[in-house]
Design a protein around this ligand. Structure first.
Ligand SMILES: [Zn+2]
Length: 98
């Protein structure tokens, strides 16, 4: 398998969210979230999917309040820190005008 820098960024973001207390690193949900990143949604069992939907999706499925685009995982820690639900592009625009 090729090295995937995006995957690395996504895993890092997930770990950051765990450190921030939004996900529990010792929980099955965190392991399932990692599997979801590595293997994709199709590889999750029905039971894993249910756990993912309950504990992980509400944390990571955020859309930009301006353009409605899904916010990518690496942008999420910033969303929680700034409490502004913006994609990386609009986060940049917002900060630029400060
Ligand atoms: Zn946006």
């Amino acid at each position: 398998m090729d090295y995937d820098p995006e995957l690395g960024d996504n895993i890092e973001a997930l770990e950051t969210l765990a450190e921030m207390g939004y996900l529990d690193k010792d929980s099955p949900a965190f392991g399932i979230a990692l599997k979801w990143l590595h293997d994709g949604e199709d590889e999750l069992s029905t039971k894993q999917m249910a756990i993912f939907d309950k504990y992980v999706r509400p944390i990571i499925a955020k859309t930009c309040g301006v353009c409605g685009e899904g916010i990518e995982l690496p942008g999420l820690p910033n969303v929680y820190i700034s409490q502004r639900q913006l994609c990386s592009y609009h986060m940049y625009q917002f900060n630029k005008d400060d």
